[in-house]
Design a binder for this molecule. Sequence first.
Ligand SMILES: [Mg+2]
Length: 247
Amino acid sequence: MPSTTAHPALTTLLDNIERAAKDGDDPLVVFDLDGTLYDNTHRTLRILLEFAHTHASRYRSLYDTLRGTSTRQLAYRVGDTLAGLGFHDPELQAAVTEFWKARFFTDDYCLYDLPLAGGVELAQLVHARGGVPCYLTGRDAPNMLLGTLRTLQRDGFPVGRADTRLILKPQFEMNDDLFKEGVIHHLRKTGRVVGSFDNEPGLCNLFKSSFPEAVVGWLDTSHAPGAPALRDDVLRLEDFTDLLGAA
Ligand SMILES: [Mg+2]
């Protein structure tokens, strides 16, 4: 439950849910997964460690360095992470990036993800108040649906019920932004979007312009390079405890 120090935007979100429900609409609260509800840096670090452990005889210093590396030292791109740790060899960077790519977008490896602070509590609160959590992710269903479902269920997110939605890309190759734009058209016809949370500034801007009444929150975790400036009316959050307030 939110404390007395809960963010006013949480009150707005819960009021939005109540109003939509009273009108007979499904109150949709859209949550992105990677970089929003889930911290996937643990997945990346696990893959880098796997490379280091299985190539230790050839790359001893990489093994020694990665064993003492924390998720906070990871950059958006694997090559930049390695450069930041002092490994500038382009061949090594390419080999590790390939190794990472072959594993990162899979059921097995997304199990290493951990929920961002307060995410589970917020989704549960939204659900308990009659909101419909919509997990909308650029992950693709063929490679990641089962792992995604497993982590959501493991971590206590409301999922697998009539009053929740889980939406993945039908194909890996599809562009994330175009995919989400298409989904927005569908959501408009099947409910009322009253809240939306994402770590990509461009997508937050898109949701706010598509649903001006919704509470739209940007998670300041990490995002693709070259992102546009965030609109002023989008909420800036470090994690979801900023909304829930201290216990
Ligand atoms: Mg994301």
